[in-house]
Design a binder for this molecule. Structure first.
Ligand code: GAR
Length: 192
């Protein structure tokens, strides 16, 4: 199962996937390319470290969505990799119909809340401010509804008495780092 990972920042989830692959925990899933819409994103440094091609793709002309020329460049770069699955791991752009149709049913996203609660930006902060007692993270298929596609799996994180937003954020990230590689391994196994 050929994976292309898209991310915009730190890349800790891409790193968790690549670590799992190195440790033989991804089964038949294999990362063939890492792509970012930000030339200075840390996620791109993972390429050299793990021996996987990593590249910046210019997302212009829009700032928060992928449409027009930028979308066409991403579609071309991803299509060249012949992916079975496009994995959004912290890719902070809204995808439009052109992209969604190019990889229909083959795009999954990681989100740091128990969807359908707290879609959108700053999901951990939203949950924290709302005072929930459990939150977590979700892996779901991507559809035109932002953070709204069919849920594949979730992990629960409890908000503990005396918690801080920073401590909670760290535990949600830790849960993500376990959940996403596990989902990928399961999806790879279910294809056989
Ligand atoms: C992750 O927490 C992921 O759930 C979130 O961005 C972070 C990326 O971290 N994604 C979203 O909020 C998408 N709506 P990383 O770059 O360290 O993997």
């Amino acid at each position: 199962m050929r994976l292309v990972i898209l991310g915009s920042g730190r890349g800790s989830n891409a790193e968790a996937i690549l670590e799992a692959q190195k440790a033989g925990r991804l089964g038949a899933a294999q990362v063939v390319q890492v792509l970012s819409d930000r030339a200075d994103a840390r996620i791109l440094s993972l390429g050299e470290r793990f021996g996987v091609p990593a590249a910046f793709v210019d997302p212009a002309p829009f700032k928060t969505k992928l449409e027009g020329e930028g979308e066409a460049r991403f579609i071309a770069a991803i299509s060249r990799c012949a992916p079975d699955l496009v994995v959004l791991a912290g890719f902070m752009r809204v995808l439009k119909p052109g992209f969604l149709e190019a990889f229909a049913g083959r795009i999954i996203n990681l989100h740091p809340s128990l969807l359908p609660s707290f879609p959108g930006l700053d999901a951990i902060g939203q949950a924290w401010k709302r005072g929930v007692k459990v939150t977590g993270c979700t892996v779901h298929y991507v559809t035109a509804e932002v953070d709204g596609g069919p849920i594949i799996d979730q992990a629960v994180v409890r908000v503990e008495p005396g918690d801080t937003l920073e401590a909670l954020t760290e535990r949600v990230h830790a849960a993500e780092h376990a959940l996403l590689p596990a989902v990928l391994a399961r999806l790879a196994a279910s294809r056989n």
